[in-house]
Design a protein around this ligand. Sequence first.
Ligand code: FES
Ligand SMILES: [Fe+2]
Length: 350
Amino acid sequence: MNQWYIAAYGEEIGDGLLGRIICGEPLVFYRTGEGEVVALADRCVHRRYPLSRSHLKDDQIICGYHGFTYDKTGVCVAAPAQKRIPRTARVPAWTVHEQDSLVWVWIGDQELADTALIPRAPWLDSPDYTVVRGMEPLKARYSLLVDNLLDLSHETYLHGGYIGTPEVAETPITTEVDEDADVVYVSRHMDDAECPPFYSKSTGIEGRITRWQDVEYHAPCLYLLHSRIAPTGVLPPEDGPDDQAFHVEVTYGITPSTEHETLDFWMVARDFALDDETVTEFLATSNHTVVMQDVVALDLLEEVVESEKENYQELSINIDTGGLAARRILAKLVARGERKTAGAAPVATP
Ligand code: FES
Ligand SMILES: [Fe+2]
């Protein structure tokens, strides 16, 4: 719980109310007139009406049921038919931080929220990249999406004809773990690979390619896949920019919503054909198709996992090294969080 999670894209939070469940906490988000993002508990202190289904006026939420009115710190500043407002009339407020076009929320002990801990994805908010993105809610637990993204050999089978080619599954990976920073690195460098339509159509490369996939998983929420595509034999120069290659920064926010649901924020930033609308549209559509292939598979897996007997033993092989490292780090974070937050509830900021 003592972690930063991506709650929304900055552009999703405007002059309306956005309700989202993050780590089991129903939250309501809005943006004040000054542009600050606010996150409050999405439950009116009076009769629990969802504040996300209420009204926003002058940076305050007026409950849609009986009109309790909350300011941006969660304090109730007006109640119907009486002047005196009970001292306990407030809803918890959460710490949020907007960075790299993402809205992060700190769930857990609010005093521990340190924005310096938020991992960066600067290409999402850079004029040197063009980004397509979306969010799909999964009816699957968070760990299934972590497994999925840490083992890209599934591209060959689940995404064949889109981003998968035989070489992805055939090429061994290397895995490294930074235990202090809680980051897992998984690399797969294909020196002479078929170019999937996904890249041939967007880059214009004809023929075979050098295809590198360098994954960084910043547990628990941010997943980065640095993808480098170049004609076979074109390697990064010793000095100077790697401008003979095409770079795609595939970025995922993996946010647990409930025990069995996950918010799958997917973003694809490219450093080529920046103003080419046809490429943008092609990448938006084909990435969405690929994401939906994963959604269908993971929702199916959730049903399988949910219905199986306890102690079912999976079998792991070399391709699972990254996924297993991620599981180990997540288990460590959970254990550490349980020690720190035993019994603590979020507190309203005064
Ligand atoms: S439930 Fe919100 S004012 Fe009654
Ligand atoms: Fe996938």
